[in-house]
Design a protein around this ligand. Structure first.
Ligand code: NOJ
Length: 491
């Protein structure tokens, strides 16, 4: 004990700290006023991002909008699916969801409050073309035009996704949806039309979101709309029609949009994460990444189906022309990567790589599929840059579900989501620091929303949504993210 601090005064101080209520910040004070808790001592910013790095949030039309029957919107396959008993958690639907159709100004204000400079939203195809094709519905376009105006007024750059799974029901009825290339052509017409109308203010368009999710879950396992279980040959053809739709849409957007508009796709490609970082496992993870994405991102980037894929599928391989491949691989300006759970890959003598299935003890979030693998974000960015030479990358989705509850003090302490985001962001920082061209990041999601078949059972937002009142309550993760944005660094 130092001579300046007598035994008595030391004891007093300890006692004061231990029992003096005013000396101890409450949990809420600690959580929601972190700089006050720091007593004015500046924290060094580790993991600082470049000045021009852009932070934002993402949502999708069917998951947040509601207003399912308003403004002349036609039905989508998700309306039909969610209204079919037994298809979604407690038979819940997106009829109202977050009511963003009416509350969009409030939601843009939330983004502004976070300091976000980019927002990724999606356009509902059946709002624009209620029948999938034909005459556009001016009220539908007007909604998105107002939404975009609101963003621009808030200093937020809009990033528009054109297909986030809500296919017009009319195209399902008429053509079997993506089973027909008529749907691919209809998609290109719709994409070109929206780009023509909005590209005065929207500078980034993503054609399609997550091929494997809506095709494999919608047409193979049937747990997503339209709930089909196709045989392998028909399934591969459906996959082909979807990547063809992407290519046709890239061309249509280029033809109709203002010069300088950037176009790409947002894909949750399977990114091989090496089991550990040795040359042999890294090489295996690169090969694995190409092979595992053969029907989607690999053919889009390479302009041909890999031999391994065609051989493996044999008589069930898709039928295609050389012209199709050219269209599918139309050059893109930007790639969006949606990054959630890791896929670990190891070197293998026979096949060059092998996927390592996770043990049952692998840590995961509230969604059973959402294994926690922060380094997967580093590898995803590195792979697309190194394998395919992508020069403009955005993380178009990253986030997690958590068993969020409102604490007695009214706050939502989602410490697990903060832990998840912090560790993924540290790995994003590593990718950026090593020079991989990631220029922005969108957290999934701004607010809790309709999580597809899991409906309102799983919450991914950094804002909690009380579905009875539509009140948005910032979670601890919103405070965390606001601070990340403010300091442009992981905190
Ligand atoms: C990816 C999808 O694009 C999004 O719609 C979904 O909510 C999240 N993953 C979480 O599952």
């Amino acid at each position: 004990m130092s001579t300046n601090l007598s035994r008595r005064s030391f004891g007093k101080r300890i006692g004061a700290a231990a029992i003096g209520a005013s000396a101890i910040p409450t949990a809420a004070e600690l959580a929601f006023a972190p700089h006050a808790a720091g007593q004015g001592q500046p924290q060094p910013d580790f993991y600082k991002f470049p000045d021009n790095f852009r932070w934002g949030c993402a949502t999708a039309a069917y998951q947040v909008e509601g207003g399912a029957k308003e403004g002349g919107r036609g039905p989508s396959i998700w309306d039909s699916f969610s209204h079919t008993p037994g298809k979604t958690y407690k038979n819940e639907t997106g009829d109202v969801a977050d009511d963003d159709y009416h509350l969009y100004k409030e939601d843009i204000a939330l983004l502004k409050g976070l300091g976000a400079k980019i927002y990724r939203f999606s356009v509902s195809w059946p709002r624009i073309f209620p029948e999938g094709t034909g005459k556009p519905n001016p009220q539908g376009l007007d909604f998105y035009s107002r939404l975009v105006d609101e963003m621009v007024a808030a200093g937020i750059d809009p990033f528009c996704t054109l297909f986030h799974w809500d296919l017009p029901q009319a195209l399902q009825d008429k053509y079997g949806g993506w089973q027909s290339r008529e749907t691919s052509k209809a998609f290109a017409d719709y994409a070109g039309y929206v780009a023509e109308q909005l590209s005065d203010r929207v500078k980034h368009f993503f054609t399609i979101n997550e091929f494997s999710s809506f095709i494999d879950l919608g047409y193979r396992t049937g747990v997503f709309a339209p709930g089909l279980q196709l045989a392998p040959a028909a399934l591969n053809q459906t996959r082909h029609n979807a990547v063809l739709a992407h290519g046709l849409a890239v061309q249509a957007i280029r033809a109709k949009a203002r010069p300088g508009t950037k176009v790409g796709l947002a894909e949750n490609f399977i990114s091989g994460t090496p089991v550990f970082n040795t040359e042999e496992h890294i090489k295996a993870s690169e090969l694995g990444t190409r092979v595992l994405n053969a029907p989607y991102l690999t053919v889009i980037m390479e302009g041909k189906y890999m031999e391994q894929y065609l051989e493996h599928e044999g008589a069930n391989a898709p039928k295609f022309t050389a012209e199709d491949l050219k269209v599918i691989s139309s050059p893109i300006d930007v790639l969006g990567i949606n990054v959630y759970n890791p896929t670990y890959v190891r070197a293998d003598e026979k096949h060059g790589f092998a996927v390592v299935p996770p043990p049952s003890s692998f840590p995961r979030m509230a969604s059973p599929w959402l294994l926690i693998g922060p380094e997967g974000l580093y590898w995803a960015a590195r792979h697309v840059a190194q394998i395919w030479g992508i020069k403009d990358i955005y993380v178009t989705e990253n986030g997690c579900s958590s068993a969020d509850v409102i604490a007695p003090d009214g706050h939502v302490y989602d410490t697990d989501r903060v832990m998840f985001l912090r560790n993924y962001l540290i790995n994003l920082h590593r990718a950026v620091a090593e020079g991989f061209p990631v220029h922005g990041y969108f957290v999934w999601s701004l607010m809790d929303n309709f999580e597809w078949a899991d409906a309102y059972n799983l919450r991914f937002g950094i804002y909690y949504v009380d579905y009875k009142t539509e009140k948005r309550i910032p979670k601890l993760s919103a405070s965390f993210y606001r601070e990340v944005i403010r300091r442009n660094a992981v905190v």
